[in-house]
Ligand binder design. Structure first.
Ligand code: ADP
Ligand code: MG
Length: 867
């Protein structure tokens, strides 16, 4: 049985074995590199760069590059990469995912391949999960790069009102007296940050910069270079957890909010199973035929129906309201999926349990929930640009990732990103003890037991880290602890910097830290607390005491839907061969157990003779729960795969449009292009009005149509053209159109004409592209309805999406041809640029009326673009 298991581990072992000779080679270079002076070490970079130019490959340079980084790291930050860290570095260079346990020093590992790949001068990116880590890691590793003559920068989201698109360069010659944490971080522009050899930043900022670049009206506004090489830290979090919500840049739109309220009023009349059915696991709800008929009747009474059938194209928009209203009504539960606070609907993050201020469900669902809760509907926004993380990260020439937990998701990472996972052994053997789950009948009994255990451990002096699935549960536990008089800290992944400081001390004697799952991620928990700025002897004593108590104890208060998240929590203990322990507490009321564990868990419990207060601890139950998790993981994978399948359709469109824009900005010859659009347009007009197979050609109508495109010469009249064949008419009109174009060009000047060409093309493309995105959104909603009729929605979406795209291209041609003769240049400042900025607000963060305007003017939003 389980033969394949052996094969899997074998292949990983073989892979690791293959790295050993390379590691040995790096080790053998050690003595030579130790002898180098600082200046000589620095000069290695120029030497390696020169050899790369002369034809040596990065693979050939790897051993020396790694030896150089190792020596620089030892001299600057006092950490000499271990052999296993070199292995991790090689795997990252190969464009794979390195699974390395928490505390193995992945931050340092990344410097090896980043340095090597930066030798090409094409820029390398390191992607972090939050703003704190984007700065900390660049700054922490800064001295290593600096010693080797490589520049390193950091980009991160806006932290204060004065600074739009913040970026910093690590520069020891610069000192900011105000900043005690990171004094040598010199403010620079985003563009400069991308010009650095190595750029650290959050996934959102990299993605938004990409989208913003592709909305720019001038090449000089571009900040990114072609995307070369990226290492994604905590890669499972970014490529899997975050991948469910795309990045969106949106602007405000006019919207008939009344419709949302109407639908919210109508939908509660529908009855479950009769009018609609719920697919609990997929979180989908479908109208039945009778339900549909009922809605049609109600909508007819409301005067909203434009044609009798909801399927009728005339009613397209309505489907979206209906589906969303229904979802909002039956699938989205207040205080579980969202909360209502100060008249706003706030999403609850299912991973961290915290409230996601400013984030909104997309495609009208948020508005529908607002209508259901009868709060004010926030203005709907239009998508100006959007991309999923999947498709953003696929843009890199080479992609790599690192994390403590990837192996369980290896299949997905391979199928979607073509990323292989290599499991790197730990530096020292792992000795943490993972205790079997304890299963309680209900939540109450479970939390009481957890609180009791915390109290015991705390009294004994052991540090404890408790993981919860939501803020509410953290608070509940906090209440229990307060009653017991146990001092503790709560983290909920809100203020990354402040929480980093707290978690850094979570290994102190008797420390009790309650954290929602992701809180404090990326920060090392050292037994005895953070040794920085501590008396060494004092710290050592505390450290030894904690080791004696058995290290850090991790208690999980619920099994998450994915095993990976549980493993992350466990992994906070037992770093670098530390002692430690972990245990999960489960109750039959927990989501995973009760939604997916099904009868197997319960059956077992009955068999075991379950009583109220004694927990059950049995590997069979743990196994059953794990099986449930595997099921849920599979389901979520399907959902994400689905998202990608759909996004792939739009992605092809995006590639074409963005490439076209870029060509325009790079000064492509637009004149020939535009004139050919005009010709096509004229051909179309001639065909419509007087093609040979028409009974009665309409010459006057044709001239009217043509005059709407370009100024017609007076000598052209219906009589003169009625003598000609359609082909001749076309040629004649095209001739005039071209003459008229040349004439205008002489009038306004060649340079201005080029500018106008560019502006008209860009404005037309941007505005129609935006409409296209909205239309594709709606198409997707509509395609979903086909599932009821046993037709694969994706097939419908692809087919119709293709037609939409063709019609987008046709519209661009039509609009350009119909605008180009009508625009002119006036003295006023070109309004185009301002217009684009006005709406370029990342949807992730809503701009308040009193916030600084995101256009960077320095004015308040309400006085600037938000007017
Ligand atoms: P990870 O990201 O893998 O969880 P970190 O990069 O946060 O790990 O590093 C964990 C700890 O290990 C840090 O305190 C770091 O200073 C330390 N560390 C990493 N590599 C080394 C090394 N080669 N020598 C000494 N300490 C190291
Ligand atoms: Mg880390």
């Amino acid at each position: 049985m389980f033969k394949w298991l052996g094969i899997l581990t074998d292949s990983n072992e073989k892979e690791i074995k293959r790295l050993e000779p390379v590691v040995a080679q790096i080790n053998s270079l050690d003595p030579d590199f130790q002898r180098l002076s600082d200046a000589e070490l620095r000069a290695k970079t120029d030497e390696l760069k020169a050899r790369l130019k002369d034809g040596e490959t990065l693979d050939e340079l790897l051993p020396e590059a790694f030896a150089a980084v190792r020596e620089a790291a030892k001299r600057t930050i006092g950490q000499r990469p271990f052999d296993v860290q070199l292995m991790g570095g090689i795997v990252l260079h190969q464009g794979k995912i390195a699974e390395m346990k928490t505390g193995e020093g992945k931050t340092l590992v990344a410097t090896l391949p980043l340095y090597l790949n930066a030798l090409t001068g094409e820029g390398c990116h390191l992607v972090t999960v939050n703003d704190y880590l984007a700065r900390r890691d660049a700054y922490w590793m800064g001295p290593i790069y600096h010693a080797l003559g490589m520049s390193v920068a950091s980009i991160y989201p806006q932290q204060n009102p004065d600074e739009h698109l913040p970026a910093r360069l690590y520069d020891p010659d610069y000192t900011d007296e105000q900043d005690s944490r990171w004094p040598h971080f010199k403010p620079i522009t985003r563009r400069q940050a991308y010009e650095a050899d190595i750029t650290y930043g959050t996934n959102n900022e990299f993605g938004f910069d990409y989208l913003r670049d592709n909305m720019a009206l001038d090449l000089s506004q571009y900040v990114q270079h072609p995307l070369n090489y990226a290492i994604v830290d905590e890669v499972d979090n970014i490529l899997i957890d975050e991948a469910r919500t795309p990045l969106i840049i949106s602007g405000a739109a006019e919207e008939a909010t009344q419709k949302y309220y109407t639908f919210a009023r109508l939908v509660p009349q529908l009855k479950r199973d009769e009018d609609y059915t719920i697919e609990e696991r997929e979180r989908q709800v479908y109208l039945t035929e009778p339900g549909m008929a009922k809605m049609e009747r109600s909508l007819h009474q409301e005067g909203l129906l434009k044609a009798p059938s909801l399927y009728d194209p005339a009613n397209y928009g309505l489907n979206r309201y209906m589906e969303n209203a229904l979802k909002a009504q039956v699938l989205f539960k207040r205080d579980r999926d969202y909360v209502v606070k100060d008249g706003q609907v706030l999403i609850v993050d299912e991973f961290t349990g915290r409230l996601m201020f400013g984030r909104r469900y997309s495609e009208g669902l948020h508005q529908s929930i607002e209508a259901k809760e009868r709060v004010k509907i926030q203005r709907e926004s239009v998508t100006l640009a959007t991309i999923t993380f999947q498709n953003y990260f696929r843009l890199y020439q080479k992609l790599a990732g690192m994390t403590g937990t990837a192996a369980t998701e290896a299949e997905e990472l391979y199928k979607i990103y073509k990323l292989d996972v290599a499991v790197i052994p730990t530096n020292k053997p792992m000795i943490r003890i993972d205790n079997p789950d304890q299963i309680y009948k209900d939540e109450d009994a479970k939390f009481k037991a957890v609180a009791k255990e915390i109290e015991n451990l705390h009294k004994q002096g052991s540090p404890v880290l408790i993981g919860t699935v939501s803020i509410e549960k953290s608070e509940h536990l906090s209440d229990l602890l307060k009653r017991k008089g146990v001092p503790h800290q709560i983290l909920n992944a809100k203020n990354h910097t402040g929480e980093a400081d707290i978690i850094a001390q979570a290994g102190k004697v008797g420390a009790v830290t309650v954290a929602t799952n992701m809180a404090g991620r990326g920060v090392d928990i050292i037994l005895g607390g953070n040794p920085a700025e501590r008396d060494e002897k004092d710290w050592q004593e505390e450290h030894d005491r904690v080791v004696e108590f058995g290290g850090l104890h991790v208690l999980g208060t619920e099994r998450h839907e994915a095993r990976r998240i549980d493993n992350q929590l466990r992994g906070r203990s037992g770093r670098q061969g530390d002692p430690g322990g972990s245990r999960f507490y489960v109750s039959l009321e927990d989501d995973v157990v009760h939604r997916f564990g099904g009868d197997r868990v319960k059956g077992f419990m009955d068999w075991a003779g379950f009583d109220e207060n004694t927990p059950i601890e049995h590997s069979m139950v743990s196994k059953a729960i794990e099986n449930a998790q595997v099921k849920v993981e599979g389901y979520h994978f399907d959902v994400r795969k689905h998202l990608v399948d759909y996004d792939d359709v739009v992605n092809k469109h995006r590639e074409v449009i963005y490439a076209e824009r870029k060509k325009i900005l790079s000064g492509a010859d637009l004149k020939a292009n535009i004139l050919s659009m005009v010709r096509d347009e004229i051909e179309g007009l001639v065909a419509a009005r007087c093609s040979d197979d028409l009974v009665a050609p309409d010459y006057a109508g044709l001239l009217e149509d043509a005059a709407a495109v370009f100024p017609l010469p007076p000598e052209l009249n219906p009589n003169t053209i009625s003598q000609m064949k359609p082909k001749q008419i076309t040629d004649k009109l095209v001739d005039y159109a071209e003459q008229s174009y040349e004439h205008r060009e002489k009038e306004v000047g060649a340079e201005n004409t080029r500018l106008l060409e560019r502006l008209v093309m860009l404005r037309t493309i941007d505005s129609l592209w935006k409409d296209h995105l909205t239309a594709m959104d709606e198409l997707r909603q509509r395609a979903g309805l086909y599932a009821v009729r046993q037709v694969d929605p994706l097939v419908v979406y692809k087919k119709e999406g293709h037609a939409y795209f063709d019609s987008l291209l046709a519209s661009i041609q039509h609009d350009v041809a119909n605008t180009i003769y009508k625009v002119s240049i006036t003295k006023k400042e070109a309004p185009a640029q301002r217009q684009a900025q006005k709406v370029a607000v990342p949807a992730g963060r809503k701009v308040g009326r009193n916030d600084p305007c995101p256009c960077g003017s320095g004015k308040k939003y309400k006085h600037c673009c938000g007017r």
